[in-house]
Structure formats: structure tokens, C-alpha cells
Design a protein around this ligand. Sequence first.
Ligand SMILES: [Ca+2]
Ligand SMILES: [Ca+2]
Length: 77
Amino acid sequence: MKNWNYNYRVDEMFWQGPADKGDLNENSFLAVADLVLCWRMSLRLNEPNHALADMNGNEVVNILDLILLLRKILDLA
Ligand SMILES: [Ca+2]
Ligand SMILES: [Ca+2]
């Protein structure tokens, strides 16, 4: 039972852990959906999530972050 609890806690930490930079919908992988969200944030159609969307760390979510995210997605593909 103790072991089961331990495993459960590890799973919980995994799912609730901080998402990767660029994983804007926090589903644990980078894809076109994240790109669309970044684009919407750069246009202020969505509230910018600086922790995830500000790829170059200049505290603004704009087209540069969109390009950096695109490059990151293509590198991973
Ligand atoms: Ca994602
Ligand atoms: Ca930025």
C-alpha cells in the first residue's frame, strides 16, 4: 500500500509539474496547437502566459516568440 501511494505521488508530480516552455496548452508535447495559442497570445486574443509563451524571456509575447516556438517544434519533429 505504501508503494502504491509512492507511485501515485510520482504520477501526480509528473502531471502537475511545470510544463515545458512553449507547451502552451500544457499537454506535455509541442505541436501546432501550441503555435496557434502563441499566435493568439501575440495578438492579445488570449491572455499571454509569459511563463510558457515568452520564448526569448524579454517579458513580451510577440511574433519573435512565435518564430522561436516554430523553430523549437520543427527541431523536435
Ligand atoms: Ca502542447
Ligand atoms: Ca518574448
